[in-house]
Design a protein around this ligand. Structure first.
Ligand code: BV8
Ligand code: ZN
Length: 256
């Protein structure tokens, strides 16, 4: 059982507003490879940044579409892990909790749906800064759908015939304005900001914990290893999020 500093337990127990930013590390224990080491097998010869971009899709739409189809298949096979559920439990316990994720796997929503069986379950915003791999968007007219006709090639928009693409934010593309604004507001207004399972490299998401810190929030980082945030964080809980987060929730809310 991990011992947590009393001050951390107290500040979380008393917090009215808490925000959490997650990255691929929080889904690693569900069996999804993190972004940095995601490339295995036939994808080894590509860097993720070279596939997750509008240029790559323009250059070779089928290659990019197949990469996402493979990742979507993997996401369908996995379930949220104890780390996702611990964050959902935190969302239920804290009066104002905001979950901000860089992940496109939809596992936070799946965990919240599972826990929301009790009517009293407090609903909290889940901000998907980089979109969601289960949805597609027409590259011409922008129509968004969560079902489409597969035909072995890059599927086409039923409305205008444009090529469909995953409804995710690629490198060089802007983040969805309302999600980003809500995330910045949550970071600036919270008393505690958790950064979980993210290497803190990709902007503008990586700036959120620093924005929270600058507004006086207590910053807690959960990661296997240090990141560019670690030296600024008030607490660095080194370990697997699927182990550390449930223990932290039990320590703060023993009745959980
Ligand atoms: C924008 C969706 C501009 C797609 C993603 C210099 C050159 C070129 C570009 C830039 C530059 N500087 C900044 C930029 C902009 C660029 C950027 O940040 N580049 C980086 C590479 C430097 N950002 C953008 O392009 C963004 N857009 O800036 O727009 C603009 C502005 C105005 C107008 C027009 C345009 C868009 C960024 C979004 C890109 N899309 N995803 C897809 O998924 O396919 S990013 C993708 O990579 C993920 O979503 C995620 O954000 C990122 C991966 O990071 P992590 O999630 O942290 O994962 P990673 O594998 O790196 O780390 C895992 C961590 O978990 C590790 O620390 C590990 O130790 C830890 N871990 C592992 N297991 C566990 C664990 N921790 C706990 N427990 C465990 N079990
Ligand atoms: Zn269309």
């Amino acid at each position: 059982m991990t011992e947590f500093p009393d001050i951390l337990i107290r500040v979380l127990r008393q917090a009215e507003r808490v925000a959490a930013l997650t990255g691929a590390g929080v889904s690693q224990e569900s069996g999804l490879r993190t972004f940095r080491d995601a490339q295995t097998g036939l994808w080894q010869q590509y860097k993720p940044e070279d596939l997750a971009s509008p240029e790559a899709f323009t250059r070779d739409p089928k290659l990019v579409w197949d990469w996402y189809a493979m990742r979507r298949e993997k996401v369908r096979e996995v379930q949220p892990n104890a780390g996702h559920y611990a964050l959902a439990e935190m969302g239920h316990r804290v009066p104002h909790f905001t979950l901000i994720t860089q992940n496109v796997d939809g596992l936070h929503r799946k965990a919240e749906q599972t826990l929301k069986v009790s009517k009293t379950f407090r609903v909290y915003p889940i901000l998907e800064l980089h979109g969601n791999i289960q949805r597609v968007r027409c590259s011409e007219c922008g129509m968004v759908a969560d079902a489409w006709e597969e035909n072995g090639d890059v599927p086409r928009c039923a409305g205008c015939g444009g090529m469909l693409r995953p409804d995710v934010v690629w490198f060089g593309e802007s983040l969805p304005r309302s999600e980003l604004e809500a995330a910045v507001e949550a970071a600036r207004g919270c008393q505690v900001f958790l950064s979980v399972g993210t290497s803190g490299i990709v902007q503008p998401a990586a700036a959120l914990p620093f924005a929270a810190k600058n507004k006086g929030a207590v910053v807690v980082e959960v990661n296997l290893e240090p990141t560019p945030l670690t030296e600024k964080a008030d607490f660095f809980l080194q370990g697997k999020s699927g182990e550390v987060l449930p223990e932290l929730v039990r320590a703060v809310w023993p009745q959980a």
